[in-house]
Design a protein around this ligand. Structure first.
Ligand code: AMP
Length: 273
């Protein structure tokens, strides 16, 4: 595995590759969720590029940019073991100049849910992903369903800007007790972690009652609220795969999303129905 830190080197290497490229963008502190994306990329492409970049433009003032977990040595070992070909580790100054062309996420999809709580977040996400796509020019890029709204917006960007990249949606990886893996889980105390299990429990309970043909989102939401009554729930939302709000579950076309604050840590999770 080769570690790349400059734009010039990455562009030079990319020019020399004529076979298929799979790209996995991350912010590091890699866990089994990231690893599953990398493994899928490994199995479907000749060359795999992973990036680790904690992108400042997607963090709002007061968020955890400065304390976002960093584990570069362990991460590069993981990438090496997963047979990644190139690990791109840029600095902020490598990725951004001054007074740049900005990317603007579409209003409806990006100022609801995560975007309502974190205004401008998705502009920053799309900006950095577009830059990374421009550098890596992947055939396929791998994203987790865990960040469902981000995934929907990236797919729309690829479509709207005619980028011609296959966006591969990867399943959510969970701990054996159901907690969705997240780099932010390290912030949780043992007690908070145990409280946080109510999130995945509520999603699984939702799936179970949908299995019994309860499709009314209002009823499902009440059920979920009861399970998460001890938590500071920011939202429970029901959307279709185009990310439009729904009142009734449509099988194979719905996503139930949850955002919760546990102490100072924001956790998101969802289930695709
Ligand atoms: P991040 O490092 O948090 O920006 O995440 C990088 C990629 O990993 C994104 O596409 C995430 O959706 C994905 N990801 C994060 N957590 C998980 C998870 N538990 N299961 C699957 N994919 C995940």
């Amino acid at each position: 595995m080769k570690i790349i830190q400059t734009i010039e080197e990455l562009q030079e290497i990319r020019k020399s590759i004529s076979s298929s490229v799979g790209f996995v963008p991350t912010m590091g502190a890699l866990h089994d969720g990231h690893i599953s994306l990398i493994k899928q990329a490994r199995s479907e492409n000749d060359i795999v590029i992973v990036s680790i970049f904690v992108n400042p433009t997607q963090f709002l003032k007061g968020e955890d940019l400065d304390k976002y977990p960093k584990k570069i040595e362990a991460d590069s070992k993981i990438c090496e073991l997963c047979k990644v070909n190139y690990l791109f580790l840029p600095q902020i100054s490598t990725m951004y100049g001054e007074d740049e062309v900005l990317v603007k996420a579409p209003n409806i999809k990006s100022y609801t849910l995560e975007g309502e709580r974190r205004p401008g977040h998705f502009d920053g996400v799309l900006q950095v992903v577009l830059k990374l796509f421009g550098l890596t020019k992947p055939n396929r890029a791998y994203f987790g369903k865990k960040d469902a709204q981000q995934l929907a917006l990236i797919k729309q960007m690829v479509e709207n800007l005619f980028l011609g990249i296959d966006i591969i949606e990867c399943e959510i990886k969970r701990e054996s007790d159901g907690l969705a893996l997240s780099s932010r889980n390290v912030y949780l105390t043992a007690e908070q972690r145990s409280d946080a299990l109510a999130i995945s429990k509520s999603l699984h309970a939702a799936a179970a009652i949908i299995g019994k043909k309860e499709f009314d989102c209002h009823v499902i939401k009440e059920h979920m609220q009861t399970i998460m009554s001890q938590l500071d729930v920011e939202y429970i939302a029901f959307v279709n795969r185009q990310f439009e709000e729904i009142q009734t579950i449509e099988l194979k076309n719905s996503i139930i999303l949850v955002a919760v604050k546990v102490g100072n840590t924001r956790l998101i999770d969802n289930i695709w129905i």
